[in-house]
Design a protein around this ligand. Structure first.
Ligand code: PGA
Length: 249
């Protein structure tokens, strides 16, 4: 089922005390929309965040994981470790992971498989760079990112996938894709799914937009028919701004 989701990606921000105070600020906010709310704190603060939001309408999700179940991968965290502390959703393929940690379509396909094998819902991120858009190749790039990492999956797997279109040129830059640019790409993504898996999966897919979403532009972006929510970086670090975005639905 298609849902409205607003997920805050805290990236490498907030130590334990900042995490605790941001969560208590979030709890003071009132949700007036039907959007599902998620926050993605760092690994070290996942357990605290999970415990602190147990009674609340906030899902705590992970920012990344390794594809292996366990073993000699110093510094890494597996799907089963996330699952063991109650995490149900993981973000995979964020452009910062692709750019700084060499994540590729191939390694992401393995991560998606590992997440699904552990019953973790995946928020799968992808998006073109500025040079791709300038060259008019954005659809080609996005289609290949999706196909290479996801199109080996059986149709039934897609109920545990959420897509997040994040044009790299709009992330943390203050430059947002226009609502029309977001809508055009989301429509294209739905068509790509439709061609490969049929209309049921395409219509049911939740597709988030990410890249400099703020209280001032959220309503217009979320107002587009194929935009089902947002992955929010900078603006998710302030409870009031984040809930202004959540309540933009
Ligand atoms: P931003 O980040 O909202 O700070 O642009 C979005 C993201 O990276 O998910």
């Amino acid at each position: 089922m298609r849902k409205n989701i607003v997920a805050g990606n805290w990236k490498m921000n907030n130590d334990l005390s900042h995490t605790a105070s941001l969560i208590s600020d979030l709890k003071e906010q009132t949700k007036t929309s039907n959007a599902e709310v998620m926050i993605a704190p760092s690994f070290t603060n996942l357990w605290h965040s999970f415990e602190a939001t147990r009674e609340d309408d906030i899902e705590v999700v992970a920012q990344n994981m390794h594809f292996a179940e366990n073993g000699a991968y110093t510094g890494e965290v597996s799907a089963s470790m996330l699952k063991s502390i109650g995490i149900k959703t993981v973000i995979l393929g964020h452009s910062e992971r692709r750019a700084y940690y060499n994540e590729t379509d191939e390694s992401l396909a393995k991560k998606v498989d590992a997440a699904l094998a552990n019953d973790l819902r995946t928020i799968f991120c992808f998006g073109e760079e500025l040079a791709d858009r300038k060259a008019g190749n954005e659809e080609q790039v996005v289609a290949s990112q999706i196909k290479n990492a996801l199109f080996h999956l059986e149709a039934s797997a897609f109920k545990n996938i959420v897509l997040a279109y994040e044009p790299v040129w709009a992330i943390g830059t203050g430059e947002t894709a226009s609502p029309e640019q977001a809508q055009d790409m989301h429509k294209f993504i739905r068509e790509t799914l439709n061609d490969a898996y049929g209309s049921q999966i395409a219509d049911d897919m939740t597709i988030l937009y990410g890249g400099s979403v703020k209280p001032v532009n959220a309503k217009e972006i979320f107002g587009k028919p194929d935009v089902d929510g947002g992955l929010i970086g900078g603006a998710s670090l302030k409870a009031e701004d984040f809930y202004a975005i959540v309540n933009a639905f």
